[in-house]
Ligand binder design. Sequence first.
Ligand SMILES: Cc1cc2nc3c(=O)[nH]c(=O)nc-3n(C[C@H](O)[C@H](O)[C@H](O)COP(=O)(O)O)c2cc1C
Length: 212
Amino acid sequence: MTTLLDVFATPRNAKSRTQKLRKAFLAGYQEAHPGFVHLELDLSAEHASLPAFDEWDIEAKFSVMYGEGKLDETTAKRWDRLTQLTDQLHAADALLITAPMWNFGVPWMLKRWIDCVVQGRLTFEFVNGGFNGLLKGKRAIILTTRDGAYAPGTPYAAMDFSVPYLRTVLGLIGYAPIDAVIAEPMVMGGPEVGATALEKGILEAGALGRVS
Ligand SMILES: Cc1cc2nc3c(=O)[nH]c(=O)nc-3n(C[C@H](O)[C@H](O)[C@H](O)COP(=O)(O)O)c2cc1C
């Protein structure tokens, strides 16, 4: 049975445009993978339960990575929470990430999750002076919307630190192929352009979901 890990950072919930892409993708995915195992991680609701990478979490990371000492009970508990998150990636056949652009990057709760799951030994390793991702053979899909427009070759292309960044970190930990649906501009071109771009994005997301 196929397992999909569905991670989303869309605090506007029912009002979220990006959620419309997610719904379309999931409907398509259900057609292609009837009865798939659906692991949902709503980062707007659950971010507070993730390690925050303060002093203690960083200590834990270095203890685990470089054997610099034993974890005390509290730190071990937080490290366990982190490995639950990386275990989810290993358990799933595919990863769906749904998030709007925020200040040219990703929403902070998604960054918090990335800081937890991109971990030496757990999701990547260093081999022969290079990176080796440990999630090879798994597909990733990125769904996003934004008010401006940042397509390659256009004036604001260099300001997109969201999709290129997600492609980089997901590629680092082994995901391939990585597909993205970018619905833009939601606002910059006026309401009609925005509505058309969103409709197009919804169709693209549904089609990507149906890929088996
Ligand atoms: C905190 C915040 C920061 C944003 N930053 C950008 C930005 O840098 N560039 C952009 O084009 N749109 C930006 N937007 C607009 C959103 O990306 C856009 O409205 C998106 O469609 C919202 O998705 P949602 O409806 O799923 O929340 C920002 C919105 C918020 C709330």
